[in-house]
Write a protein that binds this ligand. Structure first.
Ligand code: ASP
Length: 308
């Protein structure tokens, strides 16, 4: 069974990913093919170009990719000035002795790889940041911005309205291999240097051919604390179905002390490619896209919603 499961924000990237799968391309290529268009799409303001910036108005991008055949992985965090963090993450995995680069080092490595550069702050994402400042920060503080302590303002950004929406792809390819990939601009108006769960291997992304794969969206601080993506794969390893594993991970999240509002959506597939998506949050409908062999086109689905 060939399968791709995604939270690609409107299904962006799905047609390319499905075409790649149909052409027999390996899961890692399918992930990259699916995520790159999302990173370029300026109307998706939680991933890549057009993503909401941090409190300083800088777009800092996080991404991770994992190969379920070997458990090799690569991640970048707080990467600035490059269009495709997912491709840089893959280069980390394939060419370095390391698995995780952040900030200046990640940017230096991206340049060494001739990764495509670009200004990810669009007029719209800049306007969104300016509007947020106008609405939340008093004028006397704004005139001194950014030479002010930022912590109080970071706390103010902890509201669902400014939550992002990582793009996640989980793939089982024609050869039966599994991979996972995620990319995001993270929490809107975050504290500079903040890393979410997406690049933190085992929190926002994990894949293991023997058991399945998982990836998360939403408030990354929670899934980092619970080690959610790794936990789901581990629950499947010790015998849980994908559904049971996701509910167990949701229970782990629910047991965390939360000082801020914010939900989490868990995407998972088992080793056969059987998908399950559950959202632990109060409001709204959470959509994802699924394509499996036999489907004409990707299908839009609604995640199961559980409250906290
Ligand atoms: N999980 C991402 C983060 O915490 C954001 C999101 O998916 O909404 O950076």
């Amino acid at each position: 069974m060939k399968i791709v499961l995604t939270n690609s924000v409107g299904g962006v990237g799905m047609p390319g990913a499905v075409a790649a799968l149909r052409a027999g391309r390996p899961a890692l290529d399918v992930i990259e093919t699916g995520i790159r268009p999302v990173e370029l799409e300026p109307t998706v303001n939680s991933v890549g170009r057009g993503g909401w910036p941090n409190l300083l108005g800088e777009v800092e991008l996080d991404a991770c990719i994992m190969d379920g055949r070997t458990l090799e992985t690569g991640a970048v965090g707080a990467l600035r000035g490059f269009l495709h963090p997912i491709s840089v993450a893959r280069k980390v995995m394939e060419t370095l002795p390391h698995v995780f680069l952040v900030g200046e080092g990640a940017a230096r490595f991206a340049a060494e790889c001739d990764a495509e550069t670009g200004d990810n702050l669009t007029a719209e994402s800049r306007a969104g940041w300016e509007k947020w400042l106008q609405e939340h920060v008093p004028e006397d503080v704004r005139t001194r911005w950014p030479d002010v302590p930022l912590a109080d303002w970071a706390r103010l950004t902890a509201v669902p309205e400014t939550a992002g929406g990582t793009t996640v792809f989980l793939v089982k390819d024609a050869a039966g291999d599994i991979a996972a990939g995620v990319s995001t601009s993270g929490w809107a108006f975050k504290y500079p240097g903040r890393l979410g769960d997406s690049p933190v291997i085992g929190a926002g992304c994990y894949a293991d051919n023997r058991y399945g794969a998982a990836a998360c969206t939403g408030m990354g601080e929670l899934t980092i604390r619970a080690g959610t993506a790794r936990a789901i794969v581990l629950y499947m390893k010790i015998g849980a179905t994908v559904q049971e594993a996701c509910h167990e991970a949701a229970a782990d999240l629910r047991s965390l002390r939360r000082r801020y509002r914010g939900g989490v959506t868990i995407h998972a597939i088992d080793r056969d490619g059987q998908p399950y998506v559950i959202s632990v949050r109060h409001e709204g409908e959470i959509k994802y896209w699924l394509w499996a062999e036999g489907m004409e086109t990707p299908e839009e689905k609604a995640a199961l919603i559980e409250s906290w």
